[in-house]
Design a protein around this ligand. Structure first.
Ligand SMILES: Cc1ncc(COP(=O)(O)O)c(C=O)c1O
Length: 460
């Protein structure tokens, strides 16, 4: 394939004291493991499907039946495993799923170990905690991430991760609301909406579910929706920095989004899972925008800052000012959901979260984030040097590469077949992702360098 597109990067950049850009000027290599085996995929046997003719009398949830194929990332894992069976000796490198690879800084794991050991003592034992999270952690999240934004400790709901909170938020809003999503977007928004029953059927030609407003985000509109053309939805799911495009919205764009929500009477669910990756002056929280507390809530995560993808810890902020049409506070209903559907994040993990927010923990997280950002630079430089149009990467751990006119799944398959590198096809994030692939910057340095060497070989 000959590709002669010119370099065109979308670069974006603002606020809370901790998230300020100063922490990202260094380049740190210490957090990388020697990576002979790490990040190289091994084939995992999938369980044999059991053949049974007995059926229960329970009918399948009709909303589940609306879902298309598998959830994107297990589908990619399936393709990767099939590839490994075809080429058992290949050294497959995964820059696909967006899972973290670098070790959790010791200041954080030692706090978890201490808390864990204390559970074996009479004095240190504790059982169920507060469903909303432990007070010191809620206070530390409020002051660290929202210090000057008027967000208080009791506005914070600590959770087992942003993905779980997204589903709990869907339970909160129920099946009668309509949603709008960026297109492309993180697949959990659309899939959880389908599951809860907010959507119509999947429309194959449009590659969209009925009743969802897909807000196209592409290079032409600077990856920000053309709001005058967007139909009203009750809930606007908005992610910045965005997964998968890697683009972060500007203050001016978010001001327009907040105004739009206010005019339409909508609620913004703002996903800031990658806020720490912002190195310029772009907002790191929707609450930096005046008036946002009346129209927005925010969900966030330790996953991509501290390597907590397996440990599991996140939070959701719901300001007291955010009210339903009958004047009832959204936070009160969410509190009810949390008390019913969740019994609080692990106490051991919350000790880890508190350690993340100590001065040492904060600087350790910044090093981890800095390391992945350096990977993103390497990947961007590679595709730029090959003449591709490359987006994202500057304020996010994702590089969004354009293959105009080609099918994302075809590009994904060609890259896997010829380089043994797993990426993610853009169309898996919505029809607006067609013609793009997402390359994740989560990986050991050696693997990222090797993957880039193979990309150069393929596209030279
Ligand atoms: C935009 C976005 N939100 C949420 C999540 C999930 O975060 P968590 O690990 O806290 O569930 C991810 C994970 O990749 C993500 O990309």
């Amino acid at each position: 394939m000959s590709l002669t597109q010119h370099l065109s990067t979308s670069i974006s950049f603002s606020s809370s004291s901790f998230l300020s850009s100063s922490g990202f000027t260094f380049r740190n290599r210490d957090v990388s493991l020697p990576s002979e085996n790490f990040g190289i995929c091994r084939c995992v046997a999938t369980p044999q499907e059991e053949k049974t003719t007995y059926k229960t009398k329970v009918s399948r949830n009709a909303n589940m039946a609306k879902l298309q194929a598998g959830y994107l990332f297990p589908e990619i894992a399936r393709k990767r495993n099939a590839h490994l069976q075809k080429y058992p000796d290949s050294k497959v490198i995964s820059l696909g799923i967006g899972d973290t690879t670098e070790p959790i800084p010791e200041v954080i794991t030692s706090a978890m170990a201490k808390r864990s050991q204390a559970l074996s003592t009479l004095e240190g034992y504790s059982g169920y905690g507060a469903e909303q999270g432990e007070k010191p952690l809620r206070a530390a999240i409020a002051s660290t991430f929202y210090g000057d934004l008027g967000i208080e400790e009791d506005d914070i709901f600590v959770s087992d991760g942003a993905k779980c909170d997204i589903s709990r938020l869907q339970v909160l809003f129920g099946s009668e609301v309509t949603i709008a999503v960026q297109d492309p977007s993180y697949p959990a928004y659309v899939d959880s909406s389908v599951i809860i029953g907010q959507t119509g059927f999947y429309e194959k030609d449009a590659e969209k579910y009925g009743k969802i407003e897909y807000m196209r985000c592409n290079p032409e509109n600077g990856f920000f929706p053309d709001l005058p053309k967007v139909s009203r939805a009750d809930i606007i799911l908005f992610c910045s920095p965005n997964n998968p495009t890697g683009s972060a919205a500007t203050r001016e764009q978010l001001t327009r989004l907040v105004q739009f929500a206010k005019e339409k009477g909508s609620i913004i669910v703002y996903d800031s899972a990658y806020a720490m990756y912002i190195t310029d002056d772009k907002p790191r929280s929707i609450f930096e925008i005046p008036g946002a507390k009346e129209v927005a809530l925010e969900t966030a995560s330790f996953s991509k800052y501290a390597g907590f993808t397996g440990v599991r810890l996140g939070w959701t902020v719901i300001p007291k000012e955010l009210l339903f049409s009958d004047g009832f506070p959204v936070a009160k209903d969410f509190n009810r959901i949390v008390c019913t559907c969740f019994n609080g994040a692990s106490n051991v993990v919350q000790a880890g979260g508190l350690a993340c927010l100590s001065p040492e923990g904060r600087s350790a997280m910044q090093k981890v984030v800095g390391f992945y950002k350096e990977n993103a630079d390497i990947i961007m430089d590679t595709f730029n040097s090959l003449g591709f149009n490359v987006y994202g990467g500057r304020n996010a751990p994702y590089v969004w590469v354009h293959f105009p006119g080609l099918s994302s799944w075809d590009v994904f398959s060609e890259i896997l077949e010829k380089t043994h590198v797993v990426t993610t096809p853009g169309s898996g994030f919505g029809p607006g992702g067609e013609g793009f692939i997402r390359v994740s910057a989560f990986g050991h340095r050696d693997n990222v360098l090797e993957a880039c060497r193979r990309f150069k070989q393929l596209y030279k």
